[in-house]
Design a protein around this ligand. Structure first.
Ligand code: F6P
Length: 546
């Protein structure tokens, strides 16, 4: 369904036009209840959507857009195991990984849950042995460091979540994440580690990814140099859908943990790929993480569209991208433990919805996924908030805030929260020129200087944000937050009519890199390239010679 041909799309155009010139301040003035009405909660996560440039009629048109583009049907199709990933002809069932004990999910008529539970039981047993110290290294000592090797979805999720829940982390185990093929990444990670007490986790859905396999081979050599070939069995674990390739790499069968092609890489933190998190926080906390996500799955299926958090988040994103020209979306966690959330969501969102053809192969007719970026507050305030407040671009923002800190120091957490609230308020309310002028006049400014500073210190405001507030960052809350974003991305993909579950756009560069690699060697033939690439290959060769 082309969204731009729906009646709702034309209505939304009209609403955007009608609301042009209506400031968020005006929306609050004419509708004092909006702060109450546009609040909702999923589990322990409370969402304030009132600082968005919508009134009731615009919101109703957005909901109609969801209906007219088939969002309710698509939600059911996902849970039913339909092959929504049209190009790879795969179901999209990461929701099965966090489903409760009664759940049944079928692929080709077969219930996949017994296998899901069996792998999870093996993962739990392994995690318990590592955590207790029963699983020892080649010289009999318990393992202390975990080096997780993976890239993209096989890195960002486990890294983001392990760091996010470090307050629940095991007291002995330390985690290191290596993703880049740049040798500096692995060398730095291994520099201070003792191979005898290090567990290497090789995470790759395909077990063919160039970067991961190069790092895995190097880590294997590092281990074997210290402990011999037999050490691999004690120290290597593989997480993959390609169980045969993992076994061929030398990982003992008992330490290969599989998952399935119906789990997309960027949706795989709930699967065996989440092993670092499981090792860090333990099986009970990992269950809570899954339960937090399962709560959003149930909410997505049962809440009416008008009170459905991921649907509303998705529609607001569509509103800004397609009707207000917003090109980017900022993720601003005022929660340092969510340090890696912006990078995680960059992949989740941009690899999913950075598409220009539809799920049935036609060119899209409108702008699709936004550029996602961000940094934890308060750091970002001292870097890019100038542009958020006074720049010429509209950047919808997400604030994520815990009411309580896991590690309080004096009133620092209260300062953090105050900053988050202040920034959301400042973005929305702004500061009118007349207010600025009165203040400057009181300071004695007159004439040209008064005019200059009045203009420079005026904040237009009217900049929208979502405020997500939770008591503290528990495993359950993290699961809820991630699933909210996952389903937001899914719903947006449905509205835009794209397949959110393939990533063909990453292939071309991979193919060309494989072709170019041997051409970097002195004397090797250089194949056909454009003049710029050819000159650069020659320059690299010259510089490598020193
Ligand atoms: O960069 C493309 C991609 O396929 C991602 O989608 C994926 O998360 C990443 O590479 C890693 O793939 P794998 O888990 O197969 O190593």
């Amino acid at each position: 369904m082309d969204p731009t041909t729906t009646p709702a799309w034309s209505d939304l155009r009209a609403h955007a036009e009608r609301l042009r010139g209506t400031h968020l301040r005006d929306l609050f003035a004419t509708d004092p209840d909006r702060a109450e009405r546009l609040r909702l909660a999923v589990g322990e996560v409370e969402l304030d959507l009132s600082k968005h440039r919508v009134d009731a009629p615009a919101l109703a048109a957005l909901i109609r857009l969801a209906e007219q583009t088939g969002v309710p049907e698509a939600i059911e199709a996902m849970f039913r195991g339909d092959r929504l990933n049209t190009t790879e002809r795969r179901p999209v069932l990461h929701v099965a990984l966090r489903a409760g004990p009664e759940a049944v999910f079928t692929v080709d008529g077969r219930d996949v849950m017994p296998e899901v539970r069996a792998v999870r039981a093996r993962l739990d047993a392994f995690a318990r042995r590592v955590r207790s110290g029963a699983h020892v290294g080649f010289d009999g000592r318990p393992l202390r460091d975990v080096v997780h090797i993976g890239i993209g979805g096989s890195d960002l999720g486990p890294k983001m979540a392990t760091v996010a829940l470090s307050a629940y982390g095991h007291e002995r185990l330390r985690f290191h994440f290596v993703s880049n093929v740049d040798p500096s990444d692995l060398s730095t990670a291994l520099a201070d580690l003792d191979p005898a007490t290090t567990l290497v986790v090789v995470a790759s859905k395909t077990f063919t990814t160039q970067e991961t396999m190069a790092n895995a081979r190097a880590a294997r050599a590092w281990l074997v140099a210290a402990g011999g070939e037999d050490a691999v069995a004690h120290h290597f674990v593989a997480l993959s859908t390609n169980v045969e390739a993992a076994a061929a790499f030398g990982v003992p069968e008992a330490q290969v943990f599989g998952f399935w092609d119906w789990v997309g890489g960027r949706y795989s933190v709930w699967s065996a790929i989440g092993l670092p998190l499981l090792l860090s926080i333990g099986p009970e906390n990992f269950d809570a993480f899954l339960a937090g996500a399962a709560r959003v799955d149930a909410h997505l299926r049962t809440a009416p569209l008008a009170a459905n958090a991921p649907v509303l988040l998705a529609l607001l994103g569509v509103w800004y991208a397609n009707f207000h020209g917003a090109e980017t979306h900022a993720v601003l966690p005022y929660d340092h433990d969510l340090l890696h959330l912006p990078a995680y969501l960059q992949q989740a969102d941009m690899e999913s919805n950075g598409k220009s053809v539809t799920a049935d192969g036609r060119p899209v007719t409108t702008t699709t996924g936004p550029i996602v970026w961000g940094q934890p507050g308060t750091n970002g305030q001292h870097a890019f908030y100038q542009l958020l407040h006074q720049g010429t671009r509209l950047v919808p923002c997400d604030f994520l805030v815990a009411a309580r800190s896991h590690r309080p120091i004096a009133d620092q957490h209260e300062l953090l929260v105050a900053n988050a609230l202040a920034q959301a308020e400042a973005l929305m309310v702004g500061r009118r020129a007349d207010e600025v002028r009165v203040e400057l006049e009181a300071q004695g400014l007159v004439g040209a200087e008064l005019e200059l500073l009045t203009a420079a210190k005026t904040f237009e405001g009217d900049r929208p944000s979502t405020f997500m507030l939770y008591p503290e960052l528990t495993p359950e809350v993290l699961g809820t937050l991630i699933a909210l974003y996952e389903h937001k991305i899914f719903v947006q993909g449905v509205v835009w009519g794209v397949n959110s579950f393939d990533q063909m756009g990453v292939e071309l560069g991979k193919v060309l890199a494989t072709r170019i690699r041997p051409e970097l060697d002195d004397g090797a033939a250089i194949g056909p390239h454009d003049a710029s690439t050819r000159a650069l290959i020659e320059a690299v060769r010259r510089l490598r010679r020193g």
